[in-house]
Design a protein around this ligand. Sequence first.
Ligand SMILES: Cc1ncc(COP(=O)(O)O)c(C=O)c1O
Length: 342
Amino acid sequence: MTVELRSDNAASVSPAILEAMTAVNSGSALAYGGDEVTAALESRVREVFEHPTARVFPVLSGTAANALSLSALTPPWGSVVCHETAHILGSEGGATSFLSGGAVMTGIAGEGYKMAADALQAHLDGVRWGDPHHSQPTVLSLTSPSDYGTVYSVPEISELTGIAKTRDLRVHLDGARFANAVVATGATPADLTWRAGVDVLSLGATKNGALSAEAIVCFSDAPADELVYRTKRSGHVTSKMRYQSAQLLAYLTDDLWLRNARNANDRMAELAAGLVEAGVRITNSVDANLAWVDLPDETADRLDAAGVLFYRLDGRVRFVTSWETTSEDVDTVLAVLRDALT
Ligand SMILES: Cc1ncc(COP(=O)(O)O)c(C=O)c1O
């Protein structure tokens, strides 16, 4: 028996996505995104985001989506202001600096792994604007859900983007798990993004049931016009793009993305409730599909021995549920845990 709680990246691919890839696998189609599936994807994104001119760039990884988005939003001398635990800052090997030609990332503090409005304001107030010795903040990048499973509400996003816009910063949202944020907040995709001041979204899909596809969604033309070239020169304009687009189109069809994310969030809620009942301390607010918990080593060892797969990171145990986690999986983990703790 194994129960997979290491990462939603470890989950398999939703059958509907594989079927969609098979369905487009007949005959020829124009290469490099000139195909009908890619056009249909853009139309679907415009519907889902209630934005008639949104533009979409399918890419191959979340890191590429973030680094390319940000490179189209900042000049090389700019600074991308993000939370101090942001994935772009600590976990992407400097991809944003690389693809932007040298922009730096500046980590801002905030409780609950979310940027605090007063900390952002204080940072912007302390910048020597116009002084070339000082990196000039050009982009605000938020991550929701964060790597610690916490989700920004619409008012929280709006407050931060409002502060950023007073200094003409553009706004990026790392939505590697965006569907989980939509389900967690109950807000519309539009309210969580462009209506709250977001200019470019990294829309994740791979963690939530796709095979190898993420999308950059631009809500204005300026970054999109640059991305036409930036995606190509970084090797992200796949020749057989219809297969990337088919994944993303299936993902956004019949609410597959939301159904998958709802399963992940609901299973995590069940797990978190059981952990709390068993007296285990969870160190994050469990808003989506991640829990970071304090677990004695011996208890973690027992889970390990019972076939529960999870990571020990930063002195804590991390559990991540996915679109394919079942209630039986959760029950199994909780049974082993209760046994180990008594
Ligand atoms: C919040 C967040 N952003 C971006 C990424 C990057 O995605 P990828 O691993 O596909 O490059 C991850 C992956 O773990 C993530 O958790």
